[in-house]
Design a protein around this ligand. Structure first.
Ligand code: FAD
Ligand code: NAD
Length: 476
């Protein structure tokens, strides 16, 4: 088999596998090199997202939500369930099965598209060559020649020197998705997306969960009212979020982790059964770049790119978590498509203004576009409309009457600039706002669009009406 390709993609996460598939669709001879070692010691394509990120976390979020409903929410519907119990091994087995099905699906897609999938570590050398070593070793097995290289090597958890990972008691996201029993006491450093999602999982299953967050504000990147409502709901659920907490040390003593942190200058200690460190992720480029590759990193260790995903080396591109921008699977996937189209046709496009954010807690949190604070800081003149789910029949019928939708529009042109949601199923509802913003809609456009009754989407409709102070089902 020839080792000459039109495109070699390094990394088979959502950015890399999508880039490879689109490149192959466009008629380019494509290889995708990925080093992830799956449970069966073989390849497991899909990167962080499929193996230890988006998908397994959502599997556990779903199981834990079902369990919580049975043990806490069914009673309100008049359903009495006695002696509900949780089988953790079965829960993990289900999660692992979902992962293996989906990672196997990527392997099948590679085959169906004629992509050569190579299990190994890729290292870029001068002259657009990629040296492949077998996974987990230094043994070079092949050298590929490429007309174009796409780097999609993803990211890794940022370690915290005061609480080093030991992969048993002090763990990262992968460890937190694989506890063999429900920890009685769980601490998480970082009340960001991972902290909140995985904290929710284990809290619903019965853990006492403490989140130690260094910042003084909770979820500072979200719309302020959304963060406030979410914080209120998380408190009701028993998530103990301590802001302004600086971890000094974490030590395992007799199967317990002693976490020492400073809060308002005062030293405190908590003793827990497991500690998760989730303080952000950083670009992963270990062993990726040969000394003469010509690819440079920026001051944050990400592969430096221009607005067309071009690195500092000709015909070498970078997409996904390893490059600048939000570390989201769908952002990487869009970039993967765009870069393949750029290579094949000379043009690719991603609209970074309409990338949605979703946090899969309960209630869910979702937004697209800018927050009021960001717009005010830019000096933009805005108008807003909000509508609570409690005023929709559907949310009431579902016993999910919490949260709201808020729409922010330009005060002069009425163009929608941001949509912020906290409440039931907003991970799905946000997509209406994404499409609206993608098409440059005004709040009036949404207000004049018929929404089915009774649905949760009526809250979006009413929020759009509320921008013009004419919501129907609340006083304006
Ligand atoms: P990755 O998915 O990290 O894939 C990179 C791949 O490249 C890996 O398989 C790696 O082994 C391989 N690789 C690296 N270097 C080399 C090399 N030199 N040679 C060969 N192979 C190499 N995002 C969302 O949008 N929604 C979510 O719900 C969500 N949930 C998440 C939950 C958790 C717990 C975590 C940790 C992340 C979550 N994310 C979520 C973020 C999402 O997983 C990432 O944004 C996404 O995986 C990035 O895709 P990527 O292709 O850039 O990189
Ligand atoms: P994050 O950036 O979302 O949150 C990290 C949190 O840790 C922040 O609140 C930060 O202030 C805090 N922090 C940083 N240093 C600290 C310290 N020393 N002590 C205490 N707190 C500290 O990062 P994450 O939760 O690790 O997730 C990483 C990335 O993965 C996310 O930014 C996101 O891009 C992606 N992700 C996305 C989803 C989703 O889309 N639903 C889910 C999980 C992860």
């Amino acid at each position: 088999m020839s080792d000459k390709f039109d495109v070699v993609v390094i990394g088979a996460g959502p950015a890399g596998y999508v880039a490879a598939i689109r490149a192959a669709q466009l008629g380019l001879r494509t290889a995708c090199v990925d080093e992830w070692i799956g449970a069966g010691e073989g390849a497991s394509f899909g990167g962080t997202c499929l193996n230890v990120g988006c998908i397994p976390s959502k599997a556990l979020l779903d199981t834990s939500e079902q369990y919580y409903k049975v043990t806490h929410s069914f009673a309100a519907h008049g359903i009495e369930v006695n002696d509900a119990s949780l089988n953790v091994a079965k829960m993990l087995e289900r999660k692992d099965k979902i992962v293996s099905t989906l990672t196997g699906g990527i392997a099948m897609l590679f085959k169906a598209n004629g992509i050569e999938a190579i299990h190994g570590h890729g290292r870029i050398l001068a002259g657009k060559r990629v040296e492949v070593s077998s996974p987990g070793t230094d043994e070079v097995v092949r050298t590929l020649d490429a007309d174009h290289i796409v780097i999609a090597s993803g990211s890794e958890p940022i370690p915290l020197p005061s609480a080093p990972f030991d992969d048993r008691m002090i763990v990262d996201n992968a460890g937190a998705l694989d506890f063999k029993e429900v920890p009685k006491r769980l601490a998480i450093i970082g009340a960001g997306v991972i902290g909140l999602e995985l904290g929710s999982v284990w809290r619903r299953l019965g853990s006492e969960v403490v989140l130690l967050e260094a910042m003084d504000t909770f979820l500072g990147t979200a719309e302020r009212e959304v963060s406030r409502e979410a914080a209120k709901q998380f408190k009701i659920q028993g998530l103990d979020i301590r802001l302004g907490a600086f971890v000094q040390s974490a030590k395992t003593i007799d199967d317990e982790v002693h976490v020492v942190y400073k809060l308002n200058g005062v030293e405190e200690t908590i003793i827990v059964d497991r500690l998760v460190v989730a303080i952000g992720r950083r670009a992963f480029t270990v062993g990726l770049l040969g000394a003469d590759s010509g690819v440079e990193l920026d001051d944050r260790g990400r592969v430096q790119t221009d607005h067309n995903w071009r690195t500092t080396a000709p015909d070498i591109y970078a997409v996904g978590d390893v490059a600048a921008g939000p570390m989201l699977a769908h952002k990487g996937a869009e970039e993967g498509i765009a870069v393949a189209e750029l290579i094949a046709r000379g043009h690719g496009h991603v609209n970074y203004e309409t990338i949605p954010w979703v946090i899969y807690t309960h209630p869910e949190i979702a937004w697209v576009g800018k927050t009021s604070d960001e717009l005010e800081a830019e000096g933009r003149s805005i108008k807003t409309g909000s509508f609570p789910f409690a005023a929709t029949g559907r949310a009431r019928a579902m016993e999910e009457a919490m949260g709201f939708v808020k729409i922010i529009a330009d005060a002069d042109t009425d163009r929608i600039l941001g949509v912020h949601m906290v409440g039931p199923h907003v991970s799905e509802l946000i997509q209406e706002a994404v499409v609206a913003m993608e098409y440059g809609a005004s709040s009036e456009d949404l207000a004049r669009t018929c929404h089915a009754h009774p649905t949760l989407s009526e809250a979006v409709h009413e929020a759009a009406l509320a921008v013009d102070k004419r919501a129907i089902h609340r006083a304006n």
